[in-house]
Design a protein around this ligand. Structure first.
Ligand SMILES: C[S@@+](CC[C@H](N)C(=O)[O-])C[C@H]1O[C@@H](n2cnc3c(N)ncnc32)[C@H](O)[C@@H]1O
Length: 394
């Protein structure tokens, strides 16, 4: 079995069980590369590293998300894990969509530990909305974790194995688009477009290797940016297909897509010459996706212009686009925080404020994260986009 690649500098040592799992994942990837003739497109490599049954990062049993957010367990922390106030603020907009769509159905993709479902359902209950909540989750491990956390909700929560044929209601996806496998490209020094793939090296390591880009990749990029010799980045055609396909089944309602990313002009800015691919392991972020496959998260920022275009191509309307901070403020997060702080002692108040600051701060999640709303059949804007809508920037 091949030896794992060396750890990036600064990472804490991994335990022998994790390293043994990493060796099994690496062996699987070397096998895939061999079966593909010695070169595997990065998109397929990332797909297997994250989702290969029983092996991939999201498919096997590692801790991944840090529940509660205060302790550094897991590899990264997401907004719903930081504070239930994130879900409660989101729920104000979910309620608006449900009323406008005449439905009580919520459909969440990639529900992580179930934290968002829990807080949204509680808030909807308090608003007198008896919602039915469905989850589509590709990770069997996370699905089991969600089922444990949401057991008290009984049959109001259900897991779907396939997309609905038709859906009226509100769709949620927090940090899901960034977890979909991307294609990597680079223009070589002569200005020829290449697709980046992965090859096996001696001693069990992996290496990047570029090949001339196939016509579909060249066509997709021709619409997005000029050729820039030496420039490398990524394109998320799977996420685009996912949003486009939503147009086939979202009959009446809206999807709130929350993630880190930018409009296209910023995404493919000439100065962002190395792309946005990022890996997370034990709360360390680094840029090498080829080490420790199966043990670390691999993500790319979202090109929100591409997601809006995909929605339009699928026959959906683009209902709003803004920063997470603006969205949460307009959705009433400050008032929800104030209510939580009433009568609390100073320590409890500080515990409540810290994660909200992280959600709203421009230097943390407030500006990097965006909310894109797409949908069909709703009259008027969603309240959280009434001020600060940035659709004109897409
Ligand atoms: C970074 S985690 C975010 C989890 C959760 N939404 C949160 O905010 O804590 C990404 C999640 O998306 C799921 N996922 C990735 N691709 C998916 C897809 N095509 N359909 C449904 N879930 C998906 C993963 O299994 C995982 O649960």
């Amino acid at each position: 079995m091949p030896a794992p690649s060396p750890l990036p500098a600064g990472l804490p040592p991994l335990d022998p069980t994790a390293l043994a799992h990493g060796r099994r994942v690496a062996a699987h990837l070397h096998d895939l590369i061999a079966r593909a003739g010695g070169w595997l497109p990065f998109e397929q490599w990332m797909d297997a590293a994250l989702y290969a049954p029983c092996l991939g990062y999201y498919a096997a049993g590692s801790a991944k998300l840090a529940e509660g957010g205060a302790t550094p367990a897991g590899d990264f922390v997401t907004a719903p894990e930081l504070t239930p106030l994130f879900g409660r603020a989101l729920a104000t907009q979910v309620a608006h969509v449900l009323r406008a769509a005449g439905s009580n159905r919520v459909l969440e993709f990639g529900a992580g530990t179930g934290a968002l479902a829990e807080s949204v359902l509680q808030a909807l209950d308090e608003m007198g909305i008896a919602a039915r909540y469905a989850i589509v989750e590709v990770s069997a491990d996370l699905r089991a974790r969600q089922a444990r956390r949401l057991a008290a909700c009984g049959d109001r929560v259900a897991w779907l194995d396939a997309l609905p044929e038709a859906f009226d209601g509100c769709v949620l996806a927090n940090e899901v688009l960034d977890a979909m496998p991307v294609r990597l490209f680079r223009w070589d020094e002569a200005g020829r477009l290449c697709e980046r793939g992965v090859v096996s090296q001696h001693a069990g390591a992996f290496a990047r290797q570029d090949r001339p880009a196939p016509p579909d990749l060249a066509a997709a990029l021709a619409e997005r940016m000029p050729a820039l010799p030496g420039y490398a980045s990524e394109i998320n055609l799977r996420a685009e297909a996912w949003v486009r396909a939503m147009g086939g089944w979202l009959r009446r309602g809206a999807a709130l897509l929350i993630d880190y990313g930018f409009p296209r002009a910023e995404y493919y800015h000439p100065q962002r010459a190395g792309g946005t691919l990022m890996c997370h392991l034990r709360h360390h972020a680094h840029g090498d996706p080829l080490v420790l496959p199966g043990l670390q998260d691999v993500t790319a920022h979202v090109d929100f212009t591409a997601m809006a275009d995909a929605a339009l191509a699928g026959g959906l309307d683009v209902l709003g686009y803004t920063s997470q901070a603006r969205f949460l403020v307009e959705a009433g997060l400050p008032a929800l925080l104030a209510r939580q702080m009433e009568g609390a002692d100073a320590a409890a108040q500080a515990r409540a404020v810290a994660p909200v600051q992280k959600l709203l701060s421009e230097a943390e999640m407030g500006e990097l994260f965006k909310v894109l709303a797409v949908g069909r059949g709703l009259d008027g804007p969603l309240p959280a986009f009434a001020r600060g809508d940035r659709r004109h920037m897409l």
